[in-house]
Design a binder for this molecule. Structure first.
Ligand code: ZN
Length: 146
């Protein structure tokens, strides 16, 4: 596979076209906004956390295929996970996206492993995760990848 094909795998294209959990959440326990000025990606992330468990995640926003697919895949993985698990996945994802190194238990997140070869796309992929992490820790200031 050439690099670009590896970057835009079918699952990424599917999530971009039909993003999961792309909706506003009325009973969110926290919410954060993120912006990647380099590409123009914008995201509003909603979280519902109960007893240290993420019971719902959703997002709204606009951006490139990578940012949207990354946010969509993230929401599908985080629903039902503990806060601790989400933090651990965030760290693993960050490592993969910057180095290409894949850890265990990353599931379909690995479709984004090719992103590390494209430094300009790394910020697109991590935007939703940074925003989620800020929402998780009550930091509702605008998240920016700069
Ligand atoms: Zn982007």
């Amino acid at each position: 596979m050439d690099d670009l094909k590896e970057l835009y795998q079918q699952m990424i294209l599917d999530h971009n076209q039909n993003p999961q959990n792309f909706r506003e959440m009325e009973n969110a326990t926290s919410k954060a906004e993120g912006h990647n000025p380099l590409c123009g990606d914008e995201i509003t992330l909603f979280l519902h956390v109960e007893n240290e468990k993420i019971t719902d995640v959703s997002f709204l926003g606009s951006g490139c295929a990578i940012s949207k697919a990354s946010a969509s895949i993230m929401t599908t993985l985080l629903i039902g996970k503990s806060v601790e698990m989400a933090e651990s996945l965030f760290e693993k994802f960050h490592t993969m996206i910057t180095t290409g190194e894949i850890s265990e238990d990353m599931g379909k997140l690995t479709v984004l492993a090719g992103v590390h070869k494209f430094p300009s796309r790394v910020k697109c992929a991590v935007l939703s995760w940074h925003t989620m992490n800020n929402a998780l820790h009550g930091n509702t200031n605008l998240t920016t990848t700069e």
